[in-house]
Design a binder for this molecule. Structure first.
Ligand code: NAP
Length: 257
């Protein structure tokens, strides 16, 4: 089953290691025959990426810090040269300073706020701006990764909750802007998964315990669960869906008590 995705091209941002959600998505896309173009943030991360991309068939990859306009421009210029265009864009990138992911939200610094917004929310707009011309005539599809802390208060998620709210709103504005060009933009709201980024959120282990106890499916989700849903949203199977947030969280977000 490849859902018509064979030989499509996906630019995937956000693989740090084999636990990354983007890694699960890249695996799901690879299974469907999609050709991958990966980013790494800097040379050090590039070396660790080299070690784990074997499983993904040694895909094309380039350095690209999403806060750097020129770097993003050159990344997509290189993608155009290598692949001729792009069909899918995966934004699985976020960052907040550790000190902002605990304590009182009212103490959020401007620097911390700005950085979280730039890396975790504005970067989606920037990536879409550079990817959209490469999607012309290709029914492009974009997904971003978000979390429930955007809409309800989750202790310690703080500045990242506000960044995710901006990200989700950006998904809707981008969907409206890019829809006339045939480009769809959606987000997957994933339940908590133990990754490098997640380990920075205070009390993360207890979040996993609470989900396993209260979610309708009585378990946490995996990067495989998220990968399959992401592949669906990117594919033509989701051709009528845009501007939406799809919850892949074992159902925990439907529970009131
Ligand atoms: P992860 O493995 O740590 O991935 C985060 C990625 O963001 C890393 O590859 C990181 O690269 C990259 N990144 C950070 N700053 C960057 C920059 N300036 N330029 C380019 N790349 C940058 O963690 P993850 O949990 O898979 O996170 C992926 C996405 O899922 C994030 O949007 C996160 O908020 C979201 N999410 C996670 C969970 C969860 O519980 N894990 C739940 C819902 C949503 P470096 O390692 O090089 O910094």
């Amino acid at each position: 089953m490849n859902g018509g995705m064979k030989d499509k091209v996906a630019a995937v941002f956000g693989i740090a290691n084999h636990r990354s959600i983007a890694y699960g998505i890249a695996q799901a896309l690879k299974e469907a025959g999609v050709r991958l173009a990966l980013n790494f943030q800097n040379e050090r991360m590039g070396k660790s990426l080299d070690k784990l991309t074997g499983d993904l068939g040694d895909p094309w990859r380039r350095e690209c810090d999403v806060t750097d306009e020129e770097a993003v421009q050159s990344f997509f210029a290189a993608v155009r040269e290598e692949f001729g265009g792009v069909d899918y864009l995966v934004h699985s990138v976020a960052f907040a300073k550790r000190e902002e992911l605990g304590g009182n939200f009212v103490d959020t610094s401007w620097d911390g706020y700005e950085m979280a917004q730039h890396v975790s929310a504005y970067s989606l707009i920037r990536l879409c701006r550079h990817a959209a011309p490469l999607m012309e005539g290709r029914d492009g599809s974009v997904i971003a990764l978000t979390y429930y802390g955007s809409e309800k208060v989750v202790p310690n998620y703080n500045v990242m909750g506000v960044a995710k709210a901006a990200l989700e709103s950006s998904v809707r504005y981008l969907a409206s802007d890019l829809g006339p060009k045939g480009i769809r933009v959606n987000a997957v709201s994933a339940g908590p998964i133990r990754t490098l980024s997640a380990s920075g959120v205070g009390g993360f282990t207890s979040m996993l315990d609470i989900v396993a106890e209260r979610a309708p499916l009585r378990r946490n989700v995996t990067t495989e669960d998220v990968g399959k849903a992401a592949r669906f949203l990117l594919s033509d199977q989701a051709s009528g869906i845009t501007g939406q947030i799809l919850y892949v969280d074992a159902g925990v977000s439907i529970m009131g008590m």
